[in-house]
Design a protein around this ligand. Structure first.
Ligand SMILES: [Fe+2]
Ligand SMILES: [Fe+2]
Length: 175
């Protein structure tokens, strides 16, 4: 972009991704807490149900969110000398999240709760870097636009895809 950026649109894009991150973390925290409870209570049936919900959420929300970021959101800063190392580190975190989801898939009981808890903590740390370091860097750079980077990506903003259908970020409704 050569022209002055639309500051209001940039701020709005930052807010919408931050909001979506907060919503995702809240949902993840809830599921991991339930899994912990089931494991502590040695309730095998509840454990199995919650683990399946958590896995489903990771497969349909968490991993698609990470993959959707890698091109449009990470690509710009990755191509800059100032942003490259941060993005490399954040891509490595995406890979660890994917590995932990596989660990969750193939484990049960205490090991599953440990994997879920690790996903939760890593995701909290990771989204904080996106909110406080990566996205502000894009907003402040004259050559990049956050609003353009996230446009149409409902995996990043939680908004319905261009108003012709889509899903809410809690994964419960389709319309
Ligand atoms: Fe990310
Ligand atoms: Fe993110």
């Amino acid at each position: 972009m050569n022209q002055a950026k639309d500051a209001a649109a940039e701020a709005e894009a930052l807010q919408s991704v931050e909001r979506h991150h907060a919503h995702m973390l809240k949902h993840l925290n809830g599921l991991v807490a339930l899994l912990m409870e089931a494991v502590e209570a040695r309730d095998a049936a509840a454990e199995e149900t919650v683990q399946a919900s958590l896995l489903d959420w990771c497969d349909t929300r968490l991993i698609p969110h990470a993959l959707a970021e890698e091109g449009p959101l990470y690509g710009g800063p990755h191509a800059t000398p100032e942003g490259r190392l941060l993005v490399e580190g954040m891509l490595a975190e995406h890979r660890v999240i994917v590995d932990l989801v596989e660990e969750l898939r193939t484990s049960s009981g205490l090991a599953a709760a440990v994997a879920g808890s690790a996903i939760q903590r890593l995701f909290a740390l990771h989204l904080d870097k996106e909110n406080r370091l990566l996205m502000p860097f894009i907003v402040q750079s004259p050559d990049m636009s956050l609003a353009e980077s996230v446009q149409g990506l409902h995996e990043l903003t939680g908004e319905g895809a261009d108003h012709h259908g889509g899903t809410h970020d809690d994964g419960t409704h389709h319309h």
